[in-house]
Design a protein around this ligand. Structure first.
Ligand code: ZN
Length: 340
């Protein structure tokens, strides 16, 4: 019980990509890049094992960004002429590629790193993919003329990729949907259906991650506008509780999310964020344990997975490592209490 895991990304070493930034440029050319990605992936698997985590990932070392990493291997997208677009309801601007034709996978997107992960550890493994609503919020369109239609086209490709990850032996496939905290009406109207398309035919564990974003300035400023209580989850959780998704990963540590909202996820596994990715302050094990105990008022410990609030990509590497250790130590404290 109280198995520990991460939301997804981890910082890249300086020799792989420029540290402490999103969309960081790669530091190696051509064939050296593939080797550096592999080395960084192995390094983070080892770090997660050493921290004592139960379910480990590749730390997204092989992708520049959690959305564009997937898009780079899809046919029908023009990456040459990026356009500036307001994303997450104009929270910030990003240079995004454009869909210019019918979407198709050029082949396996993440198979290489999934195989490295599977071969490198005996632990349970988790692999993350961007969710369809978040993808269509991070790309321009000159072909489909309809965001929902385009989202379902992506969902079909995500499903193909997820089936491949499952065949490689990945235990948990997670779809990242930060957009679910922005477009709550659309979650109800088509977001859950699009996720169901993504998981069609899967027998592995499935998860969705919904957060308030990386610890970058635009997100931190946005959080200041959300008031004393963040109630975005209140709209989406009842729909997710009725969905066929197994696990929900959410932000909790240092957030203004009222903890009782996780009671709306009855029957689901809950990955509760016990690590703040927007702060360089490393949590004490007591702080992590306190978050877990609060969550246990609403979720059975068998269904509760202590996790990070979000990805750690833009953080300092030593801080991220210390936070992974704090996560496991806090979970250990509570497990010991439960055994008494
Ligand atoms: Zn996140």
């Amino acid at each position: 019980m109280l198995k520990t895991t991460i939301a997804g990304s981890l910082p890249k070493p300086f020799w792989l990509a420029q540290p402490e930034m999103l969309w960081a440029p790669w530091q190696q050319p051509g064939e050296k890049l593939a080797e550096a990605k592999r080395d960084a992936t192995l390094l983070w698997i080892k770090e997660q094992e050493q921290a004592g985590l139960d379910i480990v990932g590749d730390g997204e070392q092989s992708r520049q960004h959690f959305v564009h990493g997937f898009l780079e291997r899809i046919e029908g997208i023009d990456f040459q002429n990026k356009v500036k677009m307001g994303i997450r309801n104009n929270r910030y601007e990003a240079d995004v590629p454009t869909v210019v034709g019918k979407l198709k996978r050029k082949g396996s997107v993440h198979g290489t790193e999934a195989k490295i992960l599977r071969a490198a550890t005996g632990l349970r493994t988790k692999f993350t993919l961007p969710g369809p609503m978040t993808i269509v919020d991070t790309i321009a369109d000159q072909h489909y003329g309809d965001r929902v239609k385009m989202a379902f086209a992506f969902a079909e490709l995500l499903n193909q990729e997820a089936r491949e990850l499952q065949a490689i032996g990945i235990d948990v496939v997670q779809f990242d949907e930060p957009a679910f905290n922005v477009y709550m009406d659309q979650v109800r109207e088509w977001g859950i259906d699009a996720l169901h398309k993504c998981i069609e035919g899967l027998t592995c564990t499935t998860a969705v991650h919904i957060c308030y974003g990386y610890g970058i300035k635009a997100n931190n400023d946005w959080k200041q506008t959300l008031g004393g209580e963040w109630r975005q989850y209140q709209d989406t959780f009842p729909h997710l509780a009725r969905s066929r998704i197994d696990q929900i990963s959410l932000e909790c540590a240092n957030s203004k999310v009222p903890i009782d909202l996780i009671g709306l996820l009855k029957g689901k596994d809950v990955l509760v964020g016990c690590i703040d990715v927007a702060s360089d302050q490393v949590e004490s094990k007591e702080q992590v344990a306190a978050t877990i105990r609060k969550a246990m008022e609403f979720v059975d410990p068998e269904k509760l997975y202590p996790c990070t609030n979000c990805g750690m990509a833009p953080m300092r590497r030593d801080i991220a490592r210390a936070k992974l250790h704090a996560l496991e130590q806090g979970a250990h404290l509570v497990r010991e209490e439960l055994r008494k």
